[in-house]
Design a protein. Sequence first.
Lengths: 770, 159
Amino acid sequence: MTENGKTPSPSLIGASVPQVTARAKVTGAAQYVADMKMAGMLHAKILRSPYPHARIVGIDTSRARVVKGVRLVVTGEDVPERRWGVIKKDQHILARDKVRFVGQEVAAVVAIDENTAIDALELIHVEYEQLPAVFDPASALEPGAPEIHDGTGNLAWEVRIDRGDVEAGFKRAAAVYEATYDMPYQYPGYMEPMGTIAAPDGSGRLTIWAPVQSIFSARARLCDALDLSPSKIRVIQTVTGGGFGGKVTEDSNTVIAGFLALKARRPVRLINNRLEDFLSAHSSVPARVWLKMGLAKDGEILAKESSIIADNGAYTGLATSVTYVTAMRTDSMHRLQNVRTHARLAYTNKIPSGAFRGMGLQQMAFPLNSHIAMLAEMIGMDPVDVHLRNAIRTGETSVHGWHMGSVGLSECLIRARDGIGWKDKYQRRQSQGARRRGVGIGAAIHVSGNRARDDWEGASVIVRVNEDGRIVLITGESDIGQGSQTVLSQICAHELGIPIDHVTVAAPDTDSAPFSIGSISSRVTTVAGNAAIRASRLAREKLLAVVSQKLEVASADLVIEDGFIHVVGARDHGMSIADAARHHIFRSGGEGIYAHATFDAPSVVPDKNFYGNVSTAYSFAATAVEVEVDTQTGQVRIVDSLAVDDCGKALNPLAVHGQTNGATAQGIAWALYEKLEFQDGQLINGNFADYTLPTADSLPHLRSGIVESNDPNGPYGAKGASETAVAPPAGAIANAIYDAIGIRFNTLPIKPEDVLKALQNQGASGKSNA
Amino acid sequence: MEKHSIDVIVNGDDYTLEVPARRLLADFLRDDLGLTGTKRGCETGICGACTVSVDGKAVKSCIMLAIQARDKQVLTIEGLSDRDGKLHPLQQSFIERGGLQCGFCTPGFIMTAYVFLAQVPSPREEDIRAALTGNLCRCTGYVGIVESILAAAEKMSGS
């Protein structure tokens, strides 16, 4: 029953509890930002640049201003002159002097309804003087390229990391392989387009309702852009229809809406349409990666060298951090000693890139997993064995100083391999018919929180006990659909011995929530989960103290069962949580039970050479796929996919499987379907008809498995489970295609026309060789 | 702009309203009737978040005019549970089987499935996948959605 006064019923931890938000979502009751209305609310629309690079000679807004129903028209001349930006101060709220990509915000109209605003936009006349533009990041870095931001040479960021002796490693290698990989922009594709309602309160304060991944970083962006102090801005997170990184550093919609509301002195609503969302969301960072690796005869990776050119687009979101991740993260998956990388991030006249689920991990996982398959073939080893030969282990410290508290990588690899039927399928090339099958595997490592910029990577949770015994859990950590409200509720209910529906998680609000970092780098379950345990235990102690005093028994002799606090072994000797909470209020001068706890990750800020243990814990995943290549059409079909995720203790397997399957679908889509296409800098597929997200009939029944390598730092052993699985599919698919038809694809997405062309070339060269 | 008077039944309630000719059914439901469970995700009839039932057919309400619903019966997600709040088996399954995460696409998927199951009460998985091609989900990889619909179909044909 109980031991040392600890709460029993472990049933909620590890249980497949439905999302606590689910009922509201299936009935249509959940209020997303576009569903909200306010008295006196006005509607805004944005005029965007039609040119990739041009000087703004003049803007005539006079005709738009006199349209009936128009309340405000603003241009870059009205916004703060000072530049702002999360990492680099390189942008204005609306373009001043110059535009740098097609779609950049140039002017805005605020009107009584959206249609009036749209009509008025057409009456704004902007005179542009076009400038030479550059779209390819490598060309942008060449001398003489058009300079997008003065004095930068189009270099937004650069990093070099060099550890061990790469040259010596290559010298010892039995096989060395090098290749260049190209990866495109992937649009986050959350189903809820970004939107904001901004309302001034009449006393100089501004309230923002928006689906953001972090309320406090949103507030920081608004402060920076609008030149206001934090106390002037309140950010409330609305129910969020997906984020996938795109709502981490959202730097256009929220900021423009806030600016317009202050100018108009009225509530302003700004909702992106889908094209606007394609143009203003930060898609994933496109990268060209040259990779060279050397293997010993026994499969040991002796050296890895890479050179990365990444595409920042016209302004800097979080692409610097993404490029940093690409440069080094996968290195810690293996027991490497000799690694060298040089990564450059270039400005181009295209849409800004930035955070996307995986945060740059996949831009190296695809090359790396492809490379391992090729090198394995060169030395005559199974690629899974090469991974296993090099897989890092629990207790080890990686080449970049990451300490591994728990590692389930080998088990992930073995289960993915066996589950796909590897032994019977790999290198069989049985069919010489029109449809050929092959298998491939990929693996990845991810963080659970990433201490990158600040010397704090913590989270705080407040547990408030209402006088009816129900809990309000207050935190700034945001649920963006992944289910963090559910997991925090599970933890709280488990610790207090109450049903989960006695816990409500309040909407994150910068006025009332403790400071928080938000839903980034798979940190909420691990970091905020630990804070929730502490806050719940503190609330429990306070409750027991009340009962202890009232009944004159020691706290240690009390337990909580089903919301009732009683003496061990005497169910009728005690009082309900509700009575205890009420009693506390009236005996403590009106002070309710209010437990605030914080947890800081046991990680460090990496040193100036990027060495140091950045995260609380590290997650792993391996994905094996079987593909069928139709040699008549070039179409690649995923026949089967099994992703096995080491997320430590799976606090909610239903949620974990959901995360793994969703991430796998995104990874498959990046490999086969999705790419932002540009013509002279103009996005030409900014809609869901031309930019093809996978549909239910284009994917197999994705399978997912869980490895629980419980981590000493995680809450009950849990690690991040949201991102790792996005990274392995591309390499696994490219490897499976190679296994099927003997052709290696290094450019994503792998489209049917490319497969057909390669097959034709293979046929032609095959004949000439014969 | 010219306005037209329409009679329409939405979720069992009769409405007579004046609507501008260009008013889309999705906007009519959301802005005029306050039924915001019907979502707008793409404005081009691709994502399916705005799917509702019109006279028993699944319709993308973002590419249909409100006046085209004149004298018709419209059912939205708000009308699926009964008046006492008892959930439809589809809604219950989506909750229990991980048929949703962020929830934005959920009303559209449930309405598509509702119309589909009326036509095909005992579908196979591939039938369901084919029936869902007009709805996009970015969170689930469709696994939870397909399983939810299979479970609901079983429950509905069993009862």
